[in-house]
Design a protein around this ligand. Sequence first.
Ligand code: SAH
Length: 218
Amino acid sequence: MAFELERKLMVEQQLKSRGIKDKSVLTAMENVERHLFIGEHMRERAYDDCALPIGEGQTISQPYMVAIMTELLELKGNEKVLEIGTGSGYQSAILSRLASEVYTIERIKPLALKAEDLFKKLGYANIRVVISDGTLGLPEQAPFDGIIVTAAAPEIPETLARQLKIGGRLVIPVGSRYSQILYQVKNTPSGISTSMSTYCVFVPLIGEYGWGEAGEEQ
Ligand code: SAH
């Protein structure tokens, strides 16, 4: 099946049918070529309803998870957004179409360099890739309208909540190493408000305010 048709079906069967409503999110997911962010040997599975391996023990998230997380960022088009966990770069590419500036942090250098190269080739010019521990955020570019963490955290890192503008949103999976709940955290004028979304399973966020390499909370 042609990839374009597969993307249309993905949007209908995996996203709209499960309640994704934000038109700009649906349009971005219909347009970004997910198969280009995946190794050639896995491309025919690119639009399957699941996460897929991208090397270095990491995964590209399930399309539905990318959509719901992006929807929870509530983007209008002119925002400055931070992503933690570049991975394949697919989520950053979606964000790049929905916000004006995207910063994305990856701790594994080969993944960061590969994604950066792909952004150049595909013309995603408003994405900056940073190689570092994303649990520290990106203080030199803060505050952000939105922060999205695409790896599982043991708790909400305060460092990240503090880098949100007033009215800003942080979307993050929080829980154990093996199952989590997706949270939307808002920085309101009267303080932080937190709401739960759905159950999910992400690879661990590893760093100072995440998990240790060996699995213990730091
Ligand atoms: N958003 C990605 C999903 C990547 S999986 C995509 O669309 O493909 C999660 C990624 O988070 C992995 O690449 C992992 O290396 C990275 N990661 C884990 N802990 C991190 C940290 N503290 N800082 C930056 N990246 C981290």
